[in-house]
Design a protein around this ligand. Structure first.
Ligand code: PHE
Length: 456
């Protein structure tokens, strides 16, 4: 199969359009909802340090590899991998790596949408001042009233799926570019404002700084290391083809290195700001840092409930969080839709409806795992816990490992050097060493450690 020189879905209008869309994919619930709560559960500083190391050593090189494969292949991840493998004289079976990514997209969006639905439900609650003067207990009970009600949760999950599918039908380039352009900067400004508010908590702010940046390695378990690595993939949207498929719409002349570093820095910046906004509130109100997935829904409303103009800013904040989740959700289905249209001749609209329907149904598992299905567990995890563990901790790192091996070992050096266009210099060789040895080894070590082979 010869590879096309351009994607049939069109290209981004500029380098910035790609950076914005890929940042839109990367920045989402992972940064604002998940990063703080897993940091809380895993003891803070040491966990954050491992996460940052994973971004630098594994995340950035793998992101470059994904963009490179996507742009060279110019199709959905399954076909791009297949045609590049053929071109390099490697087994066509590499396309199964793309297929695993498509499957991961289905599974992740099914629970992602339910959490995004909760954020959506918070928008009217904030605008209408429901949280005004709220106590920590009050905020917790408002949140549990929402998640304990399967019908309400289902309704919000349905709305989120519908708006996501709506943009996907219209084609990512048209649907996405405009919204991301104004949304990202505004989200950033409100986060900075929240950090400013949190800084006024005085002693609690110091405790938060200490908690986030003062590593205590005795708190680091094998599972915490796996979670940190898995999160590095999740937050950068790596290991499942989202960035790869966006890369396939990238014009040839753009520097893959520069865009990858820019996206990773913005993504990490947002996560750290979210941590700095949330933990001071946790400590100032005597709340539990390890409260789990409900953390942001129970802490942030307290801040909004007590500051001037809080109802307004809080409403805007959750609105922007939904936008951020929206642009991530879109990128989770894009590999699926690109594959259905390119390989199975479905129209974009039908492909979107079909995949959206399946994801919506799968989402019921997560909806019920917060209420009537709390007791349905497997390996001690609820359906939501299991989906999250399987995708973020296993499928994405495994996908990332195989992507690194493909770009590093299966592709000829002249092909990767040509596509990255870094010249024959130091930067290219650093990337090559990272992608060939360091990233795969790091991922393997974390897996080995988890199954008890290393015992760190
Ligand atoms: N990166 C997104 C977030 O942080 C989630 C995501 C994962 C999106 C994988 C696409 C692919 O919320």
């Amino acid at each position: 199969m010869a590879r096309p020189t351009k994607s049939i879905h069109g290209e981004w209008t500029s380098r910035w359009a790609f950076i914005l869309a890929a940042t839109g994919s990367a920045v989402g619930l992972g940064n604002i909802w998940k990063f703080p709560y897993i940091t809380g559960e895993n003891g803070g500083g040491a966990f954050v340090l491992v996460y940052l190391a994973c971004i630098a050593v594994i995340g950035i090189p793998v992101m470059m590899a994904e963009v490179l494969i996507g742009r060279r292949g110019r199709q959905n991840p399954i076909n791009s991998l297949k045609s590049l493998a053929e071109e390099e004289g490697r087994p066509k079976a590499w396309r199964w790596l793309g297929a695993m990514g498509v499957l991961a997209g289905f599974l992740i969006l099914s629970y992602y949408s339910v959490i995004a639905g909760q954020a959506l439900a918070y928008i009217p609650r904030l605008f209408f001042g429901v949280f005004e003067g709220v106590t920590p207990d009050g905020a917790a009970s408002i949140h549990s009233a929402l998640v304990n009600d399967p019908e309400r949760l289902l309704a919000w999950h349905t709305i989120f799926m519908l708006i996501t599918m709506f943009v996907v039908t219209r084609g990512v380039q048209h649907g996405l570019e405009k919204s991301v352009r104004f949304m990202m900067p505004t989200l950033f400004i409100i986060l900075v404002m929240l950090v400013g508010y949190a800084a006024n908590t005085g002693e609690a702010f110091d405790r938060a700084l200490h908690f986030l940046f003062d590593p205590d390695f005795s708190k680091l378990s094998a599972n915490a290391i796996l979670t940190a690595m898995g999160h590095a993939f999740f937050t950068l949207s790596l290991g499942m083809g989202a960035i790869m498929v966006y890369g396939s719409y990238l014009p040839k002349k753009t520097s893959i290195f520069k865009v990858s570093v820019t996206i990773s820095l913005m993504d990490t910046g947002v996560a750290l700001l979210a941590g700095l906004a949330i933990f001071p509130l946790v400590f100032a109100n005597g709340m539990e840092a390890g409260a789990g997935p409900s953390l942001i829904f129970e802490t942030l409303p307290i801040a909004f409930g007590h500051m001037a103009g809080g109802a307004f800013f809080g409403g805007i904040f959750f609105l922007l969080l939904v936008f951020a989740a929206w642009s991530s959700g879109i990128s989770l289905v894009e590999p699926i839709v690109a594959w259905m249209t390119e390989n199975h001749g479905l129209s974009r609209r039908n492909a979107t409806m079909l995949s959206g329907g399946i994801i919506w149904l799968l989402g019921l598992l997560t909806v019920f795992s917060f209420n009537i299905g709390q007791e349905w567990t497997l390996f001690g995890m609820t359906a939501f816990g299991l989906l999250d563990y399987l995708t973020a901790n296993i499928m994405l790192p495994l996908g990332g490992l195989l992507i690194a091996l493909f770009a590093g070992w299966m592709m000829n050096k002249t092909s990767s050097a040509e596509e990255l266009a870094l010249g024959n210099g130091v930067l290219y060789h650093i990337w090559l060493i990272l992608i060939r040895f360091i990233s795969p080894l790091a991922i393997l070590l974390v897996f080995a450690n988890l199954i008890g082979l290393l015992n760190i």
